[in-house]
Design a protein around this ligand. Structure first.
Ligand code: PMP
Length: 353
């Protein structure tokens, strides 16, 4: 007997960090920014003319693209925008990875990549990170159908410099290389400039982390006019208006407030360094983060137990029950007060052992 159920898509989705509505929690589990968005973005929201909502948003979100183009020193034709960088990345996977060879990415990386590969039937091959959780660049010499790497990588928090990216691009002149720069603003080299030299390079970015606008869902990509053109064509075969009018206005206001942007980034970095040092002094091993989160472990304690314990204290961090990182926890950098509460509960966990 045939059933409509035979025709339903069977897929295992990506699971984001828990979004609890509980009061008085320390939510450091989804790499969100603990500081509010730019006051200029908030002003854009408050002065938003709701009458304009009758109309579709600005065609191709061009005014947001212009602001991004000016900020990054590229042409408007080199900019693509979408509903968060997950949307941009999902479109890029569909647009650029249509070959027969498997695409390449590290074994420990953003766990959405295998989900998109399954969804879009893209063959893939993962290359193991070294013992130190670094990417072995020589692995990416092997012929492939494309490459995607976050820089800095997540959840390892480790970033790579220009030499590494150039080598990667030299080894992969015939593949599209996507560098996912979701966390780049917290202290690592950005490959945006290289898009002028390499027409097979696409760099993706987001307003969710460094710009405190995860709730507005604004993502973007920078690349050659050719790659951007293909992304536009695929997007326009699917949903023409992925960025709404309010997001466009708030995104522009945020981009134009560089002072506030730098101020919040510096605060997050300073707190990250302090928390890293304090955890190390408690005997934790903490990777040298270049992001707004840290990956930490301790030889003497079970990290799943620490995760569960902290949850009972209303401190939400992230634990991945995945090979090679099941001995670690990922902790987003919150405000100083939030991190003090986190550190205090970590101490009470270790003392109770
Ligand atoms: N890339 C990486 C590596 C991420 O961790 C995230 C956040 N989960 C994203 C992309 C997507 O972020 P957003 O869709 O909020 O832009």
């Amino acid at each position: 007997m045939n059933s409509f159920r035979d025709n339903l898509r069977k897929i295992t989705p990506y699971v984001p960090g828990e979004q609890s509505k509980e009061k008085d929690i320390v939510k450091i589990n989804a790499n969100e920014n603990p500081y509010p968005p730019s006051p200029k973005a908030v002003e854009a929201l408050k002065s938003f003319n709701t009458d304009t909502l009758r109309f579709y948003p600005n065609a191709n979100a061009n005014i947001l693209k212009e602001a991004l183009a000016e900020y990054y020193g590229v042409g408007v034709k080199n900019v693509f925008v979408g509903n968060g960088s997950d949307d941009v990345l999902a479109l890029a996977f569909q647009s650029f990875f249509c070959g027969e060879l498997p695409i390449a990415y590290p074994d420990i990386t953003y766990s959405f990549y295998p989900v998109w590969c399954d969804l879009f039937n893209i063959p893939y091959k993962t290359y193991p990170l070294g013992e130190d959780f670094r990417i072995n660049i020589e692995d990416y010499k092997e012929p492939n159908g494309g490459v995607v790497i976050p820089n800095p990588n997540a959840p390892t928090s480790l970033g790579e410099g220009e030499d590494f990216i150039r080598k990667l691009l030299e080894y992969n002149r015939d593949s599209v290389v996507i560098i996912d720069e979701a966390y780049v603003d917290f202290g690592v080299y950005s490959s945006v400039k290289l898009t002028e030299e390499y027409d097979n390079l696409l760099v993706t970015g987001t307003f969710s982390k460094s710009r405190s606008l995860a709730g507005m869902r604004i993502g973007f990509a920078i690349g050659s006019a050719e790659l951007i053109g293909v992304l536009e064509a695929v997007k326009n075969s699917y949903n023409s208006y992925t960025v709404d009018s309010l997001s466009i206005d708030m995104g522009i206001a945020s981009i134009k407030d560089d002072e506030y942007f730098k101020e919040t980034i510096n605060k997050v970095i300073a707190t990250r360094e302090r928390v890293t040092n304090e955890l190390r002094s408690l005997g934790f091993e903490v990777l040298d983060s270049q992001t707004n989160f840290i990956l930490a472990t301790h030889e003497g304690y079970n990290m799943k137990e620490l995760f569960d314990y902290l949850k009972t204290k209303k401190v939400f961090i992230r634990y991945f029950s995945l090979p090679r990182i099941e001995k670690y926890v990922r902790v987003t950098i919150g405000t100083d007060d939030e991190m003090d509460r986190f550190l205090c509960e970590v101490k009470s966990f270790t003392e109770g052992k």
